[in-house]
Design a protein around this ligand. Structure first.
Ligand code: ADP
Ligand code: UDP
Length: 237
């Protein structure tokens, strides 16, 4: 397998073609962005933590029967993944109130939801990733109704697995965002699961250990990602 030309440069990752059309190299860069790309910084070591973190989570989910795009870790920052036709949709699940739902509904941060709350967002930075529902997705052809049900079911299933995993490490999984795609008619979890795309608090102190440290200028961003990784048993070396 030979790494070929750049296919996509996103805000935190680069995707490269390979000699095999069905496989891509995903490079986790040190670029860190927030507020739909309005705040951008380079954080040394972030790409490596995120690559290893993502692979740990995807291998864990795979062991629970969730189909993930990860094929192989190649080096510190790069992994080989299955090429997917991505749905232009973000699937968010929330266990506690934080971030945009607090502003939208006037909630106090930290409110525990009786049941996880599922939300769809349209992936479009220029529009600020607006919240959408099933009707928008079907009307605009972003996914079919059967796929929508699978995306919801998979996201909630992944939440159940990960809430338990994080709790065992004295961590609260507050919320997270997933992206899915299709290959040969089958839906896979794509993109990443890293502290860039979730909120994680220490169970006792409620200290924020995720990208909110970057958004809010709290410092120690990469160190906090490493702390979550360490507690979960991710091998960073
Ligand atoms: P963003 O798109 O938010 O700027 P990223 O840097 O994470 O941020 O970009 C990675 C891009 O790669 C995203 O558009 C994502 O949907 C896409 N992607 C993730 N996994 C795959 C995959 N397996 N196949 C094809 N595209 C993927
Ligand atoms: N999220 C993400 N990418 C996005 C939007 C949200 O990874 O483009 C994650 C975010 O890190 C959080 C969850 O999805 O874990 C819910 O985000 P929210 O809607 O609260 O938006 P925010 O206020 O974080 O922009």
């Amino acid at each position: 397998m030979e790494k070929k030309e750049l296919l996509t440069k996103g805000k935190a990752k680069e995707l490269y073609k390979t000699s095999d059309d069905s496989k891509l190299v995903m490079d986790f860069t040190d670029d860190t962005s927030a507020f739909d790309g309005k705040k951008i910084e380079q954080l040394a070591g972030k790409g490596t933590v995120n690559n290893r973190f993502n692979n740990f989570i995807m291998n864990y989910l795979d062991s629970k029967g969730v189909a993930c795009h990860l094929l192989e870790e190649l080096n510190d920052r790069e992994s080989l993944v299955l090429s997917l036709d991505m749905f232009p949709i973000e699937c968010v699940v929330r266990n506690y109130a934080a971030g945009s739902i607090c502003k939208r509904l006037g909630l106090e941060e930290g409110l525990k939801f009786e049941n996880p709350i599922f939300e769809f967002f349209y992936k479009d930075d220029d529009l600020g990733d607006p919240m959408i529902n099933d009707n928008h997705i079907i009307s605009f052809g972003w996914a079919e109704s059967d796929d929508i049900e699978i995306l919801k079911k998979l996201t909630l299933e992944i939440n159940d697995h990960l809430v338990d995993l994080f709790l065992k490490a004295d961590l609260i999984l507050v919320d997270f965002k997933l992206e899915f795609g299709k290959n040969s008619g089958k839906i896979y979890l794509g993109d990443e699961f890293t502290p860039d795309g979730c909120r994680v608090w220490d169970k006792e102190t409620k200290k924020k250990l995720d990208k909110d440290r970057f958004r809010l200028g709290l410092g120690d961003v990469v160190e906090s990602y490493q702390e979550i990784a360490h507690r979960l048993g991710v091998n960073l070396t």
